[in-house]
Design a protein around this ligand. Structure first.
Ligand code: FAD
Length: 568
């Protein structure tokens, strides 16, 4: 085999204009190229993309597998021709950037089809190489029939495999965002799907109790869940199928396997070039997305950015931040003093009709970051007015700082209106908002869309009640060892259907006549269905000299906390 020809002399910068080379032509790279052209008509802009397509919709890939998107061409957001004609940006696809020579300000590029390589000179270099799916070094992960989902060719192969093998069963390894999207789409294709997840919960970005409704929904839809069990290897069966071997020893037969256990920033180029990497493994950039080399910018999944809630560095593989960072880098290259604000991990996923959304820090994230002065409320309001037919609950958890009420994070699970509430809270977090801002937020209301007190308002009001002392909170985690008197103020039939073991039932309507039966010398921890009637009871009892606290979220939250193993 002949060696690839090298053309080592760098292409000179076009006279009078800067030569801007961009590595990676999808979310961050493409947005940077397009924005830069709008700011600088003179620059020569060249994008190098290893794959066959530029600017494709990677977020749409799972839906192409599921046949929701049936025409592959709709995944192509922009073509090389469009970049050339509309933006005068040259895109070189199937061209991989192999190395950066920082002193010479050149990159070595390789034509993937021919194997030939050459050097290209730059004045400015932008890295947007993304993140690669993690393939753990375990036996069998490279077998035919084991797929990761990153590119259009990946999904094409999955579709072909399903069709040719008439696949009926699949194992999805990893129950995070991409894993769940793949579950939905494989179920949509009629496959029986098993999820193997190392953690004891699905959806690792949310807190365990918030993942319980997701787990229950998946189970109700026939998805098999193997939680708290990792992947040990993948074996081939004589008849052509695969067996996924779990760490527990369980053996799961499958016609195909999807690996969705996370992504790792693609930093080889940056690292080999001596650019600084951060503690989370991403490329270090400043607020203008400039790396430790003044001629090189980096954006997207490959970089480390500041989490605006915890103040810590993080990597966040999401399309919104990648696009915004591409824009910030372009502005910075063009000489504007634009800064990237940081990230807060606002994300949403839909799975078989259920929506899970999150913004800011989770409780476990706060604990990891060493934040201790926070509180949380749970609520389960309808997604629109209860009197209008079809209202369904949104399970909402709001985390806020004590005592100033600064918003730290929110998670929500439900069927409708979930992402709208999280988006509102996300915006409030961006503006450094507090629970008072949520209580006061003026939001859309008509019966089919919301309520006069929207779930967002309610979350803020509940949190205000906590901060003002109107509604002290009981500590769910201490329920099994508290000396407090646990009072359940629901109706007897609700109590009979299930209750906290040590709870005593005294329905709210009887409280005014029977409250003297309650012990005065003990704290009262009060439970109801979702926390609202308990709040009314607290206000009454407090004004009669009792010390009463709310078990936030009521029996609905109790069941989720128990199912998540957070209370015995
Ligand atoms: P990418 O968009 O991945 O682009 C990087 C490109 O660089 C790649 O095409 C790669 O081929 C190329 N490249 C890498 N190295 C080189 C090199 N040396 N030379 C030349 N080219 C190179 N995010 C959301 O917010 N919402 C979603 O619903 C969502 N769904 C997703 C579903 C899937 C299946 C996947 C894979 C991702 C999803 N994401 C989602 C994440 C989102 O797509 C990424 O965060 C975003 O694309 C990151 O942009 P980027 O520019 O950093 O990297």
């Amino acid at each position: 085999m002949s060696a690839p020809t090298d053309q080592s002399s760098p292409s000179p910068p076009a006279s009078g204009s800067r030569r801007v080379l961009i590595v990676g032509g999808v979310a961050g790279g493409a947005s940077c190229a397009a924005r830069l052209r709008r700011l600088d008509e003179a620059a020569e802009i060249v994008v190098f993309e290893r794959g066959p397509y530029v600017s494709f919709a990677n977020c749409g890939l799972p839906y192409y597998v599921g046949n929701i998107i049936t025409d592959e061409r709709t995944l192509l957001v922009a073509s090389r021709e469009l970049f050339r004609q509309r933006f005068n940006v040259e895109v070189q696809t199937e061209t991989e950037v192999m190395a950066i020579d920082r002193p010479a300000r050149t990159i070595r590029v390789r034509d993937v089809r021919t194997g030939t390589s050459r050097d290209e000179g730059y004045d400015v270099l932008v890295l947007s190489p993304g993140a690669a799916p993690i393939r753990p070094p375990l036996p069998g992960v490279d077998r035919p029939g084991v797929f990761a989902v990153r590119t259009i060719p990946d999904t094409r192969q999955i579709r072909a495999w399903i069709a040719e093998r008439q696949a009926r069963t699949a194992v999805v390894v990893g129950g995070g965002f991409i894993g769940l999207e793949m579950v939905e789409n494989l179920v949509q294709r009629g496959l029986a799907v098993t999820v193997l997840e190392k953690l004891p919960q699905v959806m690792p970005p949310v807190d365990p109790e918030m993942a319980v409704p997701v787990r229950e929904h998946l189970a109700a839809k026939g998805v098999q869940l193997r939680l708290g069990d990792g992947l040990a290897g993948i074996e081939a069966l004589a008849g052509g199928g695969l067996t996924v071997v779990a760490k527990s020893g369980s053996r799961l037969p499958a016609d195909l396997v999807i690996l969705a256990i996370g992504v790792r920033p693609e930093t080889t180029l940056a690292k080999d070039a001596g650019l600084s990497l951060g503690p989370r493994g991403g490329i270090v950039v400043d607020a203008q997305m400039r790396t430790t080399d003044p001629h090189i910018w980096a954006v997207g999944d490959a970089v480390e950015v500041r989490d605006v809630v915890t103040g810590q560095e993080t990597v966040l593989p999401l399309a919104g931040p990648a696009n915004r960072q591409g824009r910030v880098a372009a502005e910075s290259i063009a000489g504007r003093a634009t800064h990237f604000r940081g990230v807060q991990a606002t994300a949403v996923v839909g799975v078989l009709g259920l929506t899970i959304a999150t913004t800011g820090a989770s409780e476990k994230g706060l604990q990891r970051a060493g934040v201790t002065r926070y509180e949380k409320v749970y609520l389960h309001p309808g997604h629109h007015a209860g009197y209008y037919p079809g209202a369904r609950p949104i399970h909402l958890k709001l985390l806020f700082a004590v005592p100033d009420g600064r918003l730290l994070g929110a998670q929500a699970v439900g069927f409708e209106g979930v992402e709208k509430r999280i988006d509102v809270i996300a915006t409030a977090i961006q503006f450094n908002g507090t629970v008072h801002d949520l209580a006061e937020a003026e939001l859309c209301y008509a019966p089919q869309f919301g309520a006069a007190k929207d779930p967002v308002n309610l979350a803020g009001m509940l949190a205000e009640n906590v901060l003002s002392g109107d509604m002290p909170l009981a500590d769910w985690a201490a329920l099994d060892r508290t000396p407090a008197f646990v009072l359940d103020v629901r109706e007897p039939h609700e109590f009979a259907a299930g209750h906290i073991p040590q709870a005593v039932n005294l329905p709210l309507p009887e409280l005014r006549t029977r409250y003297r039966e309650l012990p005065r010398d003990r704290d009262l921890w009060i439970c109801c269905g979702v926390g609202q009637r308990a709040y009314y009871a607290i206000r009454f009892l407090t004004q009669h000299g009792y010390h009463a606290r709310n078990l936030s979220g009521g029996y609905t939250t109790y069941k989720d906390l128990r199912a998540a193993g957070l209370i015995p």
